[in-house]
Design a protein around this ligand. Structure first.
Ligand code: BJW
Ligand code: ZN
Length: 258
């Protein structure tokens, strides 16, 4: 088993700032959190999904209208990648933070790695790969087929047993509204936090990226991301490391006072 990274990998200034008791911790994550589980991000360098695939062809209502089988097949391929992946030490650290200090998790991720690590009540801003529904009547659906291992195989989506509509992925595409209820809960959680950990997100997709601005001025905000992002200037501290390395160290420090 790998040793938990020591808090000493964090700067002395950050260690000092985190060495007090926090009451309302929120972890706001993006694709970078799952990168160390082998799930590709959208925009990190050459490995990002959007450097290989065009979002306009795959992740918009127009793409769905134009070719449902292409879109369904691509999402089925991605579901297969997720099924093969395991939560990494970053997800496990969030679970530990929640069980010891009641932290809340808000994610843009559509995978289920938080849940598989044991994190409860995760707010999925952009939906879930595991909640497909009828595109017409909204009836939820369960998967019957095994996912393909190639990304651009056209697969006819299942038919809704109630209205005969096509079943679509349960995610939020560009140009679609996020659930008002989920967004409202996320805004209230962040507005009430005293520590915000912004993990593995490029901060370019709105309205999710705007959530960080809801944190109170008095809260401590920390970005965990190996690269500079649009959020970097909005947080008090930046930790330029991977989530799987930094989160266990941060959580180790925070839970010393739990
Ligand atoms: C690591 C790491 C490691 C690597 N450890 N870190 C204002 C201005 C301009 C445009 C808009 C605007 N407001 C809204 C828009 C339009 C649009 C938008 O934001 N576009 C921008 C791209 C410009 N937004 C929308 O359309 C949203 N809806 C909306 O606004 O509705 C209102 C409306 C509707 C109709 C009419 C009028 C108004 C919906 C957005 C839905 C986003 N959907 C996606 C796909 C989900 C389904 C799927 O999975 O296919 O969500 S896009 C994609 O981006 C996905 C992600 O959740 C989202 C955010 O990405 P994330 O998580 O930040 O990942 P990356 O890849 O960008 O970054 C990864 C980071 O990790 C990097 O920083 C790395 O450095 C880091 N990293 N390894 C830690 N080991
Ligand atoms: Zn239906």
């Amino acid at each position: 088993m790998e040793a938990t990274p020591s808090p000493d990998i964090l700067s002395a200034e950050l260690r000092q700032s985190l060495s007090r008791r926090f009451e309302n911790i929120v972890v706001f994550s993006g694709a970078g959190l799952s990168a160390d589980s082998g799930i590709p991000t959208f925009r990190s360098g050459e490995n990002g999904l959007w450097s290989e695939f065009n979002p306009a062809d795959l992740a918009t209502p127009d793409a769905w209208k134009a070719n449902k089988a292409l879109v369904w097949g691509w999402y089925e391929w991605r579901r297969g990648l997720i099924l093969k992946a395991q939560p990494n030490p970053g997800h496990l650290a969030i679970a530990q933070l929640q069980s010891t200090l009641n932290a809340n998790a808000i994610t843009q991720n559509v995978d289920d790695l938080h849940e598989r690590a044991g994190v409860r009540d995760v707010l999925h801003l952009h939906g879930s790969m595991f909640e497909p529904r009828c595109a017409i009547c909204g009836l939820s659906h369960s998967f019957a087929q095994s996912p393909p291992d190639a990304p651009l195989r056209e697969i006819t989506p299942p038919q809704c047993p109630s209205c005969k509509g096509a079943v679509r992925p349960g995610v939020v595409w560009f140009g679609e509204q996020l659930s008002r209820a989920v967004m409202g809960r996320a805004e209230r959680m962040i507005a009430a936090c005293d520590l915000l950990l912004v993990v593995g997100t490029s901060g370019v997709v709105y309205p999710a990226a705007g959530l960080v601005a809801h944190a109170p001025r008095t809260a401590t905000a920390v970005e965990i991301n190996p690269a500079a992002t649009q959020q970097s200037g909005r947080t008090d501290y930046v930790v330029r490391m991977s989530a799987s390395q930094a989160l266990p160290a941060v959580v180790g420090l925070l839970t010393q006072h739990g």
